[in-house]
Ligand binder design. Structure first.
Ligand code: IPM
Ligand code: MG
Length: 363
């Protein structure tokens, strides 16, 4: 007797991280386990303890570990996705654990796309006057492996009046081309306005002329996608004034970091904004874009919606786009009906929001 091959089981690395991270991730996993049976989704969640607590417990400044090589190898070779809560805690030097965990995974796994959808699900969530859900529906493709983020900081004459600090904005042709190409493909696949906006600051940062030239060359291969250009300062202004002009945008790592916080506000706040750190076809990382909010830690008051949305992006990446859409639909209807009262922390219990979304997706 022959039977159909069982669908692949996905191995998902889970890193709760610092502050509210573990709490919001627990709700994301609750929603995942509720939706799995309906979509024939098989998975195994493997918990990893990497966080500032772990760094302190393993020695802190004296050799404390952020993400050990053995765990990195397990994730790289044995997992299909990573679900991350948040990293950042004032007990560690600024950026140390963030670099050790988030940047290590983004760069080490070569996750060159930082995909940040910005969509408004209910008009009352938008701080802009007279903007409706149909006016806010865009995706920012942030380059995720280059720029000042991955260049080394150098200080000369440190601590003296003659100090000089340098951290270059470094771009490669290959790194620039692959994110631009991904963004053109996305604009085509989304099939909304079929428009791709390049956001840079090439008038001041002349190194970004590489972006200007690469964009123009790649655009020739996509005659069906309209192109546009805005400098980062103007793009921030247009996003607030006319968000309806945006469809897909592509930008550098640093500018993408900044403008997606603006975008998060336009869609209702950091409580809903999620991101995928993606290398198509490879293990990729999904996370809310908010930080660890240490002051809300352990109070069951953080909003888990952004993490639930990160789970939706993860399912899309794992080849279950329908399950991703069901989660998105459940979030949208819970916001529209007022069952999720607000996207701010403290309005409702973390676990209560997780429970109501889990029961909505269980169908
Ligand atoms: C983000 C965050 C990170 C970044 C920090 C935590 C390093 O702000 O994912 O947007 O700057 O990329
Ligand atoms: Mg950011």
């Amino acid at each position: 007797m022959t039977s159909a091959p069982a669908r692949k089981s996905h191995r998902i690395a889970v890193i709760g991280g610092d502050g509210i991270g573990p709490e919001v991730v627990a709700e994301g996993l609750k929603v995942l386990s509720a939706i799995a049976p309906r979509h024939g989704l098989r998975y195994e969640a493997v918990q990893y303890p990497f966080s500032t607590d772990r760094w302190l417990a393993t020695g802190g400044e004296h050799g404390g570990e952020t993400l050990p090589d053995s765990a990195f190898a397990e994730i790289k070779d044995g997992c299909d996705a990573v679900l991350l809560g948040a990293i950042g805690d004032p007990r560690a030097p600024v950026g140390l654990v963030e670099h050790g965990v988030i940047m290590r995974l983004r760069v080490g796994l070569d996750l060159f796309v930082n995909l940040r959808p910005i969509k408004l699900y209910d008009a009352r969530l938008c701080p802009l006057k007279d903007k409706r859900p149909e006016d806010v529906d865009m995706v920012i493709c942030r380059e995720n492996t280059e720029d000042a983020y991955t260049a080394k900081a150098e200080f000369t004459n440190k601590g003296t009046p003659d100090e000089v600090a340098v951290q270059p904005m470094r771009y490669t042709r290959k790194g620039t081309e692959r994110i631009i190409r991904y963004a053109f493909e996305l604009a085509r696949r989304r099939n909304k306005q079929k428009k791709l906006l390049l956001i840079d600051k090439a008038n001041a940062v002349r190194a970004q002329d590489l972006w200007t030239r690469t964009f123009a060359e790649v655009a020739k291969e996509y005659p069906d996608v309209a192109t546009d250009h805005a400098y980062i300062d103007a793009a921030c202004m247009w996003m607030l004034k006319n968000p309806e002009w945006f469809d897909v945008a592509v930008t550098t790592n640093l500018f993408g970091d900044i403008i997606t916080d603006v975008g998060a506000m336009v869609q209702g706040g950091l409580g809903i904004a999620a991101s995928g750190n993606i290398h198509p076809g490879r293990v990729s990382l999904f996370e809310p874009i908010h930080g660890s909010a240490p002051k809300y830690k352990g109070q069951n008051s953080a909003n888990p919606v952004a993490t639930v949305m990160a789970v939706a992006l993860m399912l899309d990446h794992l080849g279950h786009p329908e399950a991703g859409r069901v989660i998105e639909g459940a979030v949208a209807s819970a916001l529209q009906s007022g069952r999720i009262k607000s996207l701010s922390a403290g309005a409702q219990k973390t676990s209560e929001i997780g429970d109501l979304l889990a029961s909505a997706v269980a169908g």
